[in-house]
Design a protein around this ligand. Sequence first.
Ligand SMILES: Nc1ncnc2c1ncn2[C@@H]1O[C@H](COP(=O)(O)OP(=O)(O)OP(=O)(O)O)[C@@H](O)[C@H]1O
Length: 239
Amino acid sequence: MSALNSPALFLTNITLEYPDGDGTVTALDRATLNVDAGEFVSLVGPSGSGKSSLLAVAATLVKPTSGIVTIDGEDATGLADKALTTLRRDKVGIIFQQPNLLASLTAAEQLIIGDHLRGKPLRAAAVRAGELLEVVGLADSARKRPHQLSGGQRQRVNIARALMGSPSVLLVDEPTAALDHERSESIVRLLRRVTDEFGVATVMVTHDTEFVPLTDAVATMRDGVLAAAVPTVAGVGAR
Ligand SMILES: Nc1ncnc2c1ncn2[C@@H]1O[C@H](COP(=O)(O)OP(=O)(O)OP(=O)(O)O)[C@@H](O)[C@H]1O
């Protein structure tokens, strides 16, 4: 459990229905998940059980049919689109399976451009980008473009980029799906470290259950129903 122990992400009674022919399909069925600042939760479950849907709702990218999403104490459910975009931009970091880096930009520029779009001064963004590239072990690769980086290094840039806006919540969807075992483990260990160092509330969807002990708790989803998160005692020892 988190040292900071303050609420960062509250998903309460989330139901999400998608239209399906004449009826609906229930992707999430009254799912509830609370993640503290500095807490790292694994989200596991079979294909189609609703994991990506839960991340999309937590990221405020998809509005739930019912239920409440609270990020850093702010209820996202009732916000208009503009306020929601601001909340997402300022509070949520999203890491997808594929880094989706821009081919023509250096590692540093991938980070700087986001901050620049947020209206931050270029010089401050460049300093922060340098610091974050160091955190993820890429200080020497700041000027490299995506094709000069390995898959694991590209995922590290992706992680650093997600941290640029100093998010409270980090949502990670299958970060190791495209990586071999060794690189996968180092990516999950990096996520563990940034969760601790930056005090973010991290939720990671994963099929690699062997890395679950590196996280604080595991929540299992089945047919849209989320079981209560179970603490991983091994994770505390492994840190
Ligand atoms: N845009 C959509 N429109 C209609 N149904 C959808 C949509 N997105 C997801 N679903 C359905 O919602 C349910 C949950 O899907 P979701 O992708 O969240 O599961 P998942 O656990 O992330 O699966 P996977 O591990 O394969 O990514 C599934 O029945 C899926 O078919």
